[in-house]
Design a protein around this ligand. Structure first.
Ligand code: TMP
Ligand code: ASP
Length: 253
């Protein structure tokens, strides 16, 4: 098959033109980056795992009525998704203090929060994705007040769903980041969950041991990232158990 035209290359994914209008193909790379790509490695199999995991979460969200861009998986590393206009705000939801919030506010990592906290970060690598308020988003035209209300509502629904799914397999959803896109049905605009949901964009801690099963394993040099993601995928029934070292992830059909 002729290679599709590339639309955009990010740190962990490539977007290609889709087979029909209104669609694009999302390709998951093995690249892992942290601290705005200051730290970089190629983790064999990560793209395959994230493709499957994002499919799993987005399919579940679609099934319970939380709209997402996901249409179908195409192969080990690619999925067909709806083309959206990405809103330039990362939406972070936190259930437990960790990462930048623990640091900024001097709260011990692992402290449960009294309620989920939603934060917005302006997507701009040159600025290191600074945290912004709703006032900034409205004043600078990134999103309207109704958009922001809808984004918070979507993010909290994703939080409830993902928290439950993870709890079912002995994992605490500490926090996560989503991106949201606009689609247009004629004059009518809708917001849907886009990008990816994977251990790259979540903090996942084993409920019993506190073991980290997300990208912090890479950020903080805690072990093998692919093994951590395989553990998540295996618990969720998305991948079979790894049979010996050197074996890449295999698909369950
Ligand atoms: P933070 O504690 O570093 O602000 O991260 C909050 C959550 O957002 C965490 O689950 C990791 C995720 N995240 C991303 O997906 N991309 C990013 O660029 C950053 C900084 C965090
Ligand atoms: N996603 C960002 C990067 O690629 C930061 C992070 O996830 O820690 O550098």
């Amino acid at each position: 098959m002729a290679r599709r035209k590339m639309i955009y290359e990010g740190k962990a994914k490539i977007i290609y033109e889709g087979p029909e209008p209104g669609t694009v193909v999302q390709y998951f790379k093995d690249d892992a980056t942290a601290f705005n790509a200051e730290k970089h490695a190629v983790v064999e199999g990560k793209g395959v795992l994230n493709n499957r995991l994002s499919e799993h979460f987005m399919t579940g969200l679609n099934a319970i009525g939380v709209p997402t861009h996901f249409i179908r998986r195409l192969n080990m590393r690619e999925q067909l998704v709806r083309a959206v206009e990405i809103i330039p705000l990362e939406v972070v939801v936190r259930n437990v203090a960790a990462g930048s919030m623990a640091k900024r506010l001097g709260i011990e990592e692992g402290t449960s929060l009294p309620r989920p906290i939603v934060e917005f970060y302006y997507k701009d690598d040159a600025l290191n994705d600074p945290m912004v308020t709703e006032e900034h988003a409205i004043a600078f035209g990134w999103a309207s007040q109704p958009d922001l209300d809808e984004m918070i509502s979507l993010a909290l629904r994703v939080n409830d769903f993902l928290s439950g799914v993870m709890f079912g397999v002995g994992i605490k959803l500490v926090d996560f980041k989503i991106e949201i896109g606009r689609i247009f049905d004629g004059d009518f605009q809708r917001l849907i969950v886009a990008d990816e949901i994977s251990p790259d964009s979540c903090r996942l801690w084993d409920i019993e041991t506190g073991e980290k099963l997300d990208k912090d394993v890479f950020r903080r040099d805690l072990g093998n990232l692919a093994d951590a993601y395989t553990e998540v995928a295996t618990r969720l029934g998305v991948m079979p158990k790894k049979s010996g070292s050197g074996n890449g992830p295999k698909l369950v059909h």
